[in-house]
Ligand binder design. Sequence first.
Ligand code: ASC
Length: 127
Amino acid sequence: AQQKPDEALKMRQGLFQAVKMNFGPIGAFAQGKGDLPADAAAKAENLVALAKILPMAFAKGTENLPHSDTKAEAFTSADFLKGFTMLEEASAKLAVAAKAGDADGIKAAVGGVGKACKGCHDNFRKD
Ligand code: ASC
């Protein structure tokens, strides 16, 4: 069945909520604002999975969801989908560092994940 607009928006927002929940504690650690979560590697793997799922939340037919924070340009820009690939690759690096318990590697990889987040927000998220 076709997704209703409110359902499509809830799925999209829920996926980003999950990104926040999985990245937030690791990002805080990288900023010296918290301990490294014991399950950091699992969280990083979740980010990889979320980066793969997210493009589905921007499928054809979801260009004009009421109350969406996504700019129209996102749906006509190749850079938009590339952002999810960047997120996936940076998250995979984060998972490798987290599995190795490599704090410096984690901090470096967090920079890459944050860059992927920020790139899309700057270009494709409404203020
Ligand atoms: C976060 C968060 C973002 C990114 C971004 C990185 O923790 O909520 O949107 O990192 O701030 O620059």
